[in-house]
Design a protein around this ligand. Structure first.
Ligand SMILES: [Zn+2]
Ligand SMILES: [Zn+2]
Length: 318
């Protein structure tokens, strides 16, 4: 599946990154899931614009414009993955498709055709920005000649049109730790877009969406489940079996349990994201009444009723 050695390296790096980031040691498999990329925000652009405004005195012209042609951090990307409830509980490895900037392999990110060089942009004198007078205000603008780079390439790389980066669609596999919640953010440092002019790569943020379970509801690290019991089981007490994430567990319903009573089973809840064990399973008793009775059952219940001297409505009239 990962025959391409470069892909394999990238995959390994990702796994390492995740382990470093969260210390999740789950080694499970799991298909399904998957997600598509959502374009990231170019934080670098905002930063540059603000620094340009901040540096200028409104007097038009000269600014210390080195920032624009310095290293620029790559895009941060954000991607959502949708997981089945079971996948979120066990942890999963899901494929994610994203579009990100990567350094152009042909020119090694320089933007210049191999063998050619770049020179200082004469339009902006290497500052990367030019100013426009609008109603007496001096508004900096990206230099149209060099696109804000400060340098122009004599002979641009034909594969990236001189940009130094290319937008590449990548399918990567992301390991989701056991216990991921709806809305959990996993940061994969350096897995966003490639930086420009030697800047660091951006980050990839993976956000998990978890589909509901027909049986369990999540409450922090606890799982709740509704457990139907008969009147006789609740009144007499009983041992009943309850499903768990990995099988079933027998719980003791104490004699005299009321409807809605919650019994806690420690360690059978959701896995904690930090790997420190599981929460509890909260089994909530739901009293069920038979919708029909045989003649014999009716006789038995009538006999019971005649012996029953309790008054469940006493406190309504006290
Ligand atoms: Zn190139
Ligand atoms: Zn320029």
């Amino acid at each position: 599946m990962l025959s391409d050695p470069e892909k394999r390296r990238e995959y390994d790096a990702e796994q390492q990154m995740l382990r470093m980031g969260g210390g999740y040691g789950y080694a499970g498999t799991g298909g399904g899931g998957g997600g598509g990329a959502r374009g990231g925000q170019g934080f670098g652009d905002f930063g540059d614009i603000f620094s340009m405004f901040g540096g200028g005195g409104g007097g038009g012209g000269r600014r210390g414009g080195q920032a624009r042609s310095g290293p620029r951090r790559g895009q941060d990307l954000e991607v959502e993955v949708t997981l089945a409830f079971d996948q979120a509980m066990s942890g999963a490895e899901v494929p994610v498709t994203l579009e990100r900037h990567e350094a152009c392999g042909t020119c090694a990110g320089s933007g210049a055709k191999p063998g050619s060089t770049s020179r200082l942009c004469t339009t902006c004198d290497g500052r990367g920005s030019v100013t426009h007078d609008v109603g007496g205000f001096s508004i900096p603008e990206e230099c149209p000649s060099c696109g804000g780079q400060g340098t122009v390439v004599e002979d641009p790389c034909s594969d990236c049109y001189g940009r130094g980066t290319r937008t590449v669609e990548r399918r990567i596999r992301v390991r989701i730790p056991a216990g991921a919640k709806d809305g959990t953010r996993i940061k994969l440092k350096g897995k966003g877009g490639a930086g420009m002019r030697g800047g660091p790569a951006g980050d990839l943020h993976v956000i998990t969406r978890v589909m509901p379970s027909p049986l369990f509801k999540r409450k922090g690290d606890d799982l709740t489940i509704e457990v139907p019991v008969t009147f006789a089981e609740a009144a007499l007490g009983a041992k009943v079996e309850v499903p768990t994430l990995d099988g079933r567990v027998a719980i003791t319903v104490p004699a005299g349990s009321q409807d809605g009573r919650t019994l806690r089973v420690p360690g059978k809840g959701a896995p904690k994201l930090d790997g420190s064990g599981n929460g509890s399973l909260l089994a909530k008793i739901k009293l069920t009444i038979p919708s029909s009775l045989s003649d014999e059952q009716q006789e038995a219940l009538k006999a019971f009723s005649e012996l029953d001297t309790s008054d469940p409505r006493a406190r309504l009239f006290s």
